[in-house]
Design a protein around this ligand. Structure first.
Ligand SMILES: Cc1cc2nc3c(=O)[nH]c(=O)nc-3n(C[C@H](O)[C@H](O)[C@H](O)COP(=O)(O)OP(=O)(O)OC[C@H]3O[C@@H](n4cnc5c(N)ncnc54)[C@H](O)[C@@H]3O)c2cc1C
Length: 473
């Protein structure tokens, strides 16, 4: 009997496993593939995800394997630098190959004690009052108290639950791959310079000696289980660029669509959904992996508290209440960005207008805070502006705030030095007189770094400790 089985060891599943292990939950991750994926898609980690990695002491090893880039120019690819003074110690984007980040996250989960079994596809599930029976493709059955489907866009767990996945089907497919080119680099640059000004949906980027990363719109929508052919790449390049650049010898070829869908529910009894299993959208703006990782940070400590029997059911339900609206917002912003990439006169005029508007600092800041998820504010009820937001990595007398959050516990920052976390001290740390950078008397932080309470009254604090961390010892 496991406490939690996670279906899928992508970025969402790996982070969730690590978060659960911080609370000694017995976790098994089942991954249907025997080997990690072979194709190397570079993904961007945005500010909030970098902050979360710093909060768990993971950022150093991730930075070593990625490349820092400026934080701006990600909203619909509109070429504007990020505004000055973004409120984060990690105000950049980290480009990193997806297999590398997944490997690092999986390694971290295993170091913390998670079990990962490869070549194990979940094919059926049955839940009752005490747990969930999970059936694998080879007929083997496993028993767990909770199951989380982190099994990607075509989630078997979501389908088995019968959870609706409404939204729009793919209207446009895009071909993506790594290929060798048959023409000199200068010729490619010159050809791209002219046409890319009017059509942002395709590119060739050098990726090592003679190898290029190639992205080009497909001729139509087709079954994504079938990889595209080299001939399709050639045809489509000729259609947009007037030449196929002599592409040949592909390392890998794939296609992706722009379907936009959101699961109706994130929880059915003892089974939950996270990451692409719960939401899909076009990759414009590079938010999907970030959104899944942030789901996992929201869910991990709540599920652990439920398993440890500390909290009432209602805490676990805040996972959907908090994360569903965030995903809705990401889906909407990708819909908007997709429109802004259209080559018809109307969308192009709107793009020009938005480009002008982004010269206003507030507009630029609003969009970047949205896409990097540092603007997320959960609804914890009425209160000061900071309530429900994440606290940046401020300097505290003991060093950096995030350096104190590696264990995944809550934290009380107490400038009054009068309050106490009492019977919650196994779940919540305490920091007296932390910093002058806080302009409020006391802040209670959740394990995901969001501000759960602001005040200076012990009784009020106790109510909130109970709300978020359950029964005291
Ligand atoms: C071209 C492109 C570029 C992108 N760029 C970015 C970017 O820059 N930034 C960003 O944030 N996102 C980006 N994304 C999106 C990102 O890749 C996904 O959102 C992310 O991989 C989702 O992670 P996940 O763990 O939820 O799901 P997945 O990565 O899909 O992982 C799911 C895992 O579950 C396994 N699995 C499936 N079914 C089962 C089963 N039945 N049993 C057991 N295991 C199973 C799969 O093998 C897989 O390992 C991009 C996507 C595309 C297509």
């Amino acid at each position: 009997m496991f406490d939690v089985i996670i279906a899928g060891c992508g970025p969402t599943g790996a982070v969730l496993a690590a978060e659960l292990r911080l609370h000694d939950v017995r976790v098994l991750v089942l991954e249907k593939e025997t080997e990690p994926v072979s194709f190397v898609r570079i993904v961007g980690l945005h500010i909030r995800s970098l902050e979360l990695m710093a909060m768990r002491g993971l950022l150093e090893r991730i930075l070593e394997r990625g490349r820092r880039r400026p934080a701006g120019a990600y909203f619909a690819g509109i070429d504007k630098p990020a505004p000055e003074g973004l409120d984060s110690a990690y105000a950049y984007l980290l480009g990193i190959p997806q297999p590398v980040i997944v490997h690092l996250l999986e390694e971290h989960a295993i170091e913390l004690g998670a079990q990962v079994r490869r070549g194990c596809a979940v094919v059926a599930l049955q839940q009752d009052a005490d747990g969930v029976t999970v059936e694998l493709a080879d007929g083997k059955q496993l028993r767990t108290r909770y199951l989380v489907g982190c099994d990607g866009a075509r989630s078997t767990v979501r389908k088995l639950l019968g959870v609706g996945f409404p939204g729009e089907p793919s209207r446009n497919d895009t071909l993506m791959g790594e290929l060798e080119v048959g023409v000199p680099r200068e010729e490619i640059a010159a050809r791209m310079a002219g046409i890319r000004d009017t059509d942002k949906r395709w590119w060739l980027r050098p990726f090592g000696e003679r190898i290029y990363s190639v992205v080009v719109p497909a001729a139509g929508v087709s079954d994504r289980a079938q990889p595209p052919t080299l001939e399709e790449f050639r045809q489509q390049l000729r259609a947009v660029a007037g030449t196929d650049f002599g592409v040949h010898s592909p390392r890998w070829l794939s296609r992706f669509g722009d379907a936009t869908r959101l699961a109706e529910r994130y929880r059915v009894g003892r089974v939950l959904l996270a990451g692409d299993a719960a939401h899909i959208h076009p990759p414009i703006g590079g938010q999907g992996l970030n959104l899944g990782v942030q789901d996992a940070f929201n869910l991990g400590w709540k599920l652990a508290a439920q398993i440890r029997g500390w909290v009432p059911e209602t805490l676990l339900d805040t996972y959907q209440a908090e994360r569903h609206p965030v995903a809705e917002d990401v889906l909407d912003n990708t819909r908007a960005q997709t429109e802004l990439l259209c080559t018809e006169p109307g969308p192009k005029a709107v793009r020009r207008l938005l480009t002008e508007l982004m010269d206003f600092d507030e507009v630029n800041r609003y969009l970047i805070e949205k896409i990097t998820a540092i603007g997320v504010r959960y609804d914890f009820g009425a209160g000061p502006e900071l309530l429900g937001r994440r606290l940046p990595d401020i300097d505290v007398k003991q060093g950096h705030l995030y350096g104190l959050l590696h264990r995944g516990r809550g934290l009380l920052l107490d400038r009054t030095e009068r309050l106490t976390v009492g019977g919650w001290s196994d779940r919540v740390g305490y920091l007296a007189d932390p910093t002058a950078a806080l302009d409020v008397p006391c802040v209670l932080l959740r394990p995901d770094g969001h501000v759960a309470w602001i005040g200076d009254d012990q009784r009020d604090l106790d109510d909130h400790l109970y709300r978020w961390f359950g029964t005291p010892n």
